[in-house]
Design a protein around this ligand. Structure first.
Ligand code: NCD
Length: 497
């Protein structure tokens, strides 16, 4: 991996190593002198494509590049780009590559854009460009996590065994999402999440953490660190909801006095009114130091990304579909047996019968098969809907005569129709096959879609939905969009077509 896209792509060991590396850059950032590693044969070009406002992230990357002596190209705001002329993000990113970018730092309001940009670059033959995610909507902000962890390490002295409070907009704050993804139970950190019901932390970030939730600042009394966040106004779709949550939590002098004496107040910045001016320069409020740690952190991250550009990377391929053969017999025997039972459809000798499809999915799968071009000139599709079934009461059956499925279709259909059995009739044999739930599925555009309207898969015509299957509980599983990283139930992602 040569990109910095999501904290969940990094192991604990890798995260710790990066924070250690960032710590070694402190003296270089202070003295503003490039570390020896900055001397490379060719100076990499660092491009900052910031399509959402930024003061700290953009500025500290720029300062880091300046200290390294590397050239920068800065695009700040969508207004100056051809995105305003409806150019796609994929084409904008390609243009940055054509114009000599070696490290692309990207910030967008859309989610999953950094991962998509990295894929587009790889596909377009720009395999030596590293992409750094400087914030993709409410999803991730991994470089902030490295600087936040460096801050905690330097100012608290440890990244384990402490009580960590979070307050404000925990629903939309990407800095919180990334930072929490870097902790797990083994760190022995206790978390306290304080927010309004409307800005509660999404469930997926609480997984693997020891936490309590409340709506009162009082509950943060025993915290060693309190991470305050701004209400992310720009992400709200309901103005009334925004009104309800605005100005709810303010760290005033009085509130601060109620906290632990040694408490440290962090904030990714910018703040609006959640930190009172009267405590702005209080020693316990370490926000300026925290912002400064962005410079050594980003010096290290630029060095890291530049080094990784030259490492060989394995091409990503979908994991193999695992099949279980339940029955394997001669076709004639099978047909003889079948004849007696079959009332609803004519048996075939060559092709696939998709049985036990939930009612309504037969038609969707049929469209998908047509789209996937599995049909040949002599192929026929029969869709039989609302068939009485012993196992399912009522089901759809799809018969594919003189055509067969590709491997990825087996996986996709298994996700859409969990109880599906594939009856394959080929070369004189009948095989009844069950497919294990795959780890990942790709969608044919017409079948699955990410319900998140801000996910890049809904916004760029070149972005195709891709889901990871991440949790199985008695046939229940959750699908995680590989781009925006949001999680959904199966029913939510099957498009109604
Ligand atoms: C944050 C961001 O953009 O996510 N700022 C930052 O990068 N330091 C937080 C915010 O905007 O509230």
């Amino acid at each position: 991996m040569r990109h910095i896209i999501s904290i969940s792509d990094f192991t604990k060991k890798e995260i710790d190593e990066i924070v250690k590396g960032a710590s070694r850059m402190i003296k270089h950032a202070k003295e503003k002198i490039a570390p020896p590693q900055a001397k490379t044969k060719k100076k990499p070009k660092v491009s900052l494509l910031f399509l959402e406002p930024s003061t700290r992230t953009l500025g500290s990357f720029e300062e880091a590049a300046r200290i390294l002596g590397w050239p920068t190209k800065i695009i700040s705001g969508k207004e100056g780009t051809s995105l305003m002329k409806k150019e796609s993000l994929a084409n904008t990113v390609r243009m940055m590559a054509i114009q000599g970018t070696d490290i692309l730092i990207l910030r967008t309001k859309e989610e999953g854009t950094a991962r998509f940009a990295a894929e587009i670059l790889e596909k377009s033959g720009f395999e030596k460009i590293s992409v750094i995610n400087a914030g993709d909507g409410a999803n991730q902000h991994p470089t902030q996590t490295f600087l936040d962890r460096l801050t905690i390490l330097k100012e608290l002295g440890r990244l384990k065994n402490f009580i960590f409070g979070f307050v404000g907009d925990l629903k939309y704050s990407r800095t919180v999402h990334s930072l929490l993804s870097s902790f797990s139970l083994e760190d022995n950190v206790k978390f306290k999440f304080v927010s309004c019901p409307e800005t509660k932390l999404p469930q997926k970030y609480k997984r693997n953490l020891d936490y309590v939730e409340s709506d009162s600042l009082e509950d943060l009394k025993d915290c060693d660190i309190i991470y305050v966040t701004r209400i992310q106004e720009e992400r709200f779709t309901d103005p009334l909801e925004l009104e309800r949550v605005r100005g709810k939590f303010k760290i005033t002098k009085e509130v601060l006095e109620g906290f632990k004496k040694s408490v440290k107040i962090m904030h990714p910045l910018p703040y609006v009114d959640e930190i009172s001016p009267e405590i702005r320069l209080d020693k316990r409020v370490i926000i300026d130091k925290q912002a400064w740690y962005g410079i050594p952190t980003r010096i290290y991250l630029l060095l890291w990304a530049n080094k990784k550009r030259f490492e060989k990377v394995e091409k990503e391929s979908l994991p193999k579909i695992e099949k279980e053969i339940l029955v394997d017999m001669e076709i004639e025997k099978y047909l003889a047996k079948r004849k007696k039972e079959e009332k609803y459809f004519r048996p075939i000798r060559n092709g696939v019968v998709l049985d036990h499809l939930p009612v309504g999915t037969g038609d969707k799968i049929k469209k998908c098969l047509i789209f996937a071009k599995v049909l040949k000139e002599n192929s026929v599709i029969h869709l039989i809907e609302n068939v009485p079934s012993r196992k399912m009461k009522i089901k759809d059956v799809l018969i594919l005569e003189n055509a067969f499925l590709t491997e990825d279709l087996y996986g996709l259909i298994r996700v859409i129709a969990p109880q599906v059995t594939f009856n394959v009739l080929k070369d004189g044999r009948f095989k009844k096959i069950k497919v294990k739930l795959p780890e990942k599925i790709l969608s044919f555009n017409s079948l699955l879609s990410c319900p998140n309207k801000l996910c890049i898969t809904n916004l760029d015509p070149e972005a195709k939905p891709k889901f990871q299957i991440i949790k199985v509980e008695n046939e229940k599983f959750i699908l995680k969009c590989e781009y925006c990283e949001r999680e959904f139930e199966r029913e939510e992602i099957i498009k109604t077509i």
